[in-house]
Write a protein that binds this ligand. Sequence first.
Ligand code: ATP
Length: 353
Amino acid sequence: MTNSIELSGISKSYGGLTALGKLDLTIKRNEILTLLGPSGCGKTTLMRIIAGFEEPTTGRVVIDGKDATRLAPEHRPVNMVFQKYALFPHLDVFDNVAFGLRLKKTAKDVIKREVTRVLELVQLESYKSRWISELSGGQAQRVALARALVNRPAVLLLDEPLAALDLKIRHHMLNEIKRIHEETSTTFVYVTHDQDEAMILSDRVVLLNKGGIEQIGGPEEMYWSPRTLFAAKFFGDTNIVNGTYGQGSVELPFGRYSHAAKSEVGAGPVNVSIRPETLTLAPAQGYLGEGEFLGKVKDTSFIGNRVIYRVAVAGDTIDLKCQQLPTPGSHTLTPGTQVAMRCKPESFVVLPV
Ligand code: ATP
């Protein structure tokens, strides 16, 4: 069996509000799948339906080949890690992790072996006697992970588990989660509204929009081949330029480029997504080379590992954001500088209006 979860025809309404439209989604065994989307798009609702905390209005939830639609959460092979760690402050680390096994009346020696196994997995073996209040946020979240993994769930659901942590710890924890995933044979379903987290972590990303699935794909596919304007804008930074498409080329305010549209667009008005890092610029020399067009730097931001320019082009009718890699000793161009710009039409994504 290669599928871990099969959702078919799932919808959820709260009174007159449709939190999820009818959606189908298959989650493969042992993948890390991220549910990504803006606030209110239905991520948590979908997660809670998988966990069994919420009953779908329509549709079927199959977990590990068995119909789980009407199963109570504790009878599903699923465990959940929340944003707020939900740990017991009056118990130490060991007892927090052991709690569920004790409820199930597991034998003492098995509890000791299993808790030790997961504390080693999250690298907190030497913290087993600490109180929860004596842990950092990252350590507390690792205890929460251990507590979920001690049950050996087939599916681990993680609902914005890093949202309460600061940026540096978040990056470290993402790598920890990846390592822990590799060492367990468990399917991870991860909810976030942070596209960086989704890209770093995921085998596949499900982008949700207003209760429906906008696009599903691997991180690189989502970044370079968005199928809609919403997906192009949600994933990373991009310039959206109005153009006209026809006969294998696209007419933009600063040039005409031959381009085979990958998405389904007909002849006529289109949106073109141009990633800032695919544009290059250099001080204008008084003439333009082939394929170049003129711009004027409006503002610059030096961010250490990159410089971001906003450049007015096409007679100051539009601004393009342009990202360059600085080299030591190179100078950031100042506002007002006339520049010759170049784009890579092969990286354009032509989208319906
Ligand atoms: P966030 O990132 O802000 O957590 P989300 O994508 O997880 O958002 P959900 O929490 O799934 O979104 O909510 C989807 C929609 O359903 C929202 O419009 C929300 O207000 C509504 N909703 C969620 N739970 C309930 C509820 N118990 N009763 C009524 N409406 C609800």
